[in-house]
Each structure stands twice: as structure tokens, then as C-alpha cells.
Design a binder for this molecule. Structure first.
Ligand code: COA
Length: 159
């Protein structure tokens, strides 16, 4: 899928690790980014995950994934490179993954965010997600994750 702003979406590949580390995960090492990316790609091969990157000028500059847990799917790892933010890439990634969730038969999609990430919360609310629950975890900075949820509505089939 190609956009007027000069980026296109495609499935992630192992070779994206270097660009993703540089543009999206600069606090992690290339090895850490590659290791998690490769795990995701193995999940994708078995149909449990969809991982997309946005490519611009031949490089991955944004990414997000959809993990399929039966009826509930989860969007995660959503990051857009700093100099590409605010031009609709995050919105387009989310709407593309919502459509993928619908096609895989999910009935709801969740997205987790740090409760103090107000801009991201505002974006998710604008896209139809509503706060669902807050969980405590030692894996997230701040120790808390707010999960927002969106019910997938299936278009009515006409007789
Ligand atoms: C949150 C994020 C993915 C949004 O991507 P994006 O491509 O900038 O999003 P869009 O251009 O589609 O939408 C921009 C909206 O997101 C909000 N936003 C959130 N963080 C933003 C940022 N750092 N810069 C610009 N806009 C941001 C804005 O309020 C804007 O809302 P508006 O359209 O009403 O003005 C991106 O800002 C990002 O990678 N942030 C850092 C990582 C992060 O917080 N990820 C979410 C973890 S849950």
C-alpha cells in the first residue's frame, strides 16, 4: 500500500532490524531489536501475528504489529520515527491493522499505552478505542499500562 506522503506499508523483514533500531528504538541495541523482530517473524509465519513497517526512501521508518489471541487482538510496538510524526503514518498503521484484525475474525482489538502518554491516548481515542482496564506490570516504565479497546464491527451482509 503506497501513500501520497512517500511511504508505503509492507510486512517486516529480518533486514529491517538496523533501520528500526536507528529510527524507532534508539535506546535498544541492534541485537535486541533483531532478536525480537525475528521472534515476531516466526509468529507471523504461523499466522499468530502481523508485523508491518512503513518504508520511506528505502528504509523502515515506522512499525507496528497485531498479535492475534483468538477473539481479542492486540496492537503493539507502534513507533513512528521522530521526523515522520504528525503526518498520519500512525493513524494509517492502526487502521490497516484494525482491518487485518477484522479479516482474521477478531471481535475486539486492544492497544496498551502508558497512562501518562496523553498524545498517544488522544490519538487512540480519536480512532475509536475506549479505556478498558489498567494493569500493573514491572515491564513497563512507570509500572502501569492502560489498555484501550475497540470492538470490531462486521459489516452486515445483505440478503
Ligand atoms: C504515537 C505515534 C505512534 C503516533 O504516530 P504519528 O504518525 O505521529 O500519528 P499521526 O500523525 O497519525 O497522528 C498524530 C496524532 O498523534 C498525536 N501524537 C502523539 N504523539 C505524537 C508526537 N510525538 N508527535 C506528533 N503527534 C503525536 C498527536 O496528538 C496527533 O493528533 P492530532 O492529529 O489530533 O493532532 C508516534 O507519535 C510515536 O511513535 N510516538 C512515540 C512512541 C509512542 O509513544 N508510541 C505509542 C506507544 S503506546
Amino acid at each position: 500500500m503506497s501513500h501520497d506522503l512517500g511511504y508505503s506499508f509492507r510486512p517486516a523483514r529480518p533486514a529491517d532490524a538496523l533501520a528500526l533500531q536507528r529510527h524507532c528504538f534508539p535506546t535498544q541495541s541492534v541485537e535486541e531489536v533483531a532478536s525480537y523482530l525475528n521472534w515476531c517473524l516466526r509468529q507471523a509465519e504461523s499466522g499468530r501475528l502481523v508485523r508491518l513497517v512503513a518504508e520511506a526512501n528505502g528504509e523502515a521508518i515506522a512499525n507496528a504489529q497485531l498479535t492475534l489471541h483468538g477473539e481479542i487482538a492486540e496492537i503493539g510496538s507502534l513507533v513512528v520515527a521522530e521526523n515522520y510524526r504528525g503526518c498520519g503514518i500512525g493513524t494509517a498503521l492502526i487502521t490497516t491493522l484494525l482491518e487485518a484484525a477484522r479479516m482474521h475474525g477478531a471481535q475486539a482489538v486492544e492497544i496498551g499505552v502508558q497512562p501518562d502518554n496523553e498524545d498517544a491516548c488522544a490519538l487512540y481515542t480519536r480512532l475509536g478505542f475506549v479505556p478498558h482496564r489498567q494493569v500493573e506490570t514491572r515491564y513497563a516504565p512507570g509500572g502501569r499500562v492502560l489498555y484501550l479497546r475497540q470492538t470490531i464491527t462486521t459489516p452486515l451482509s445483505l440478503p
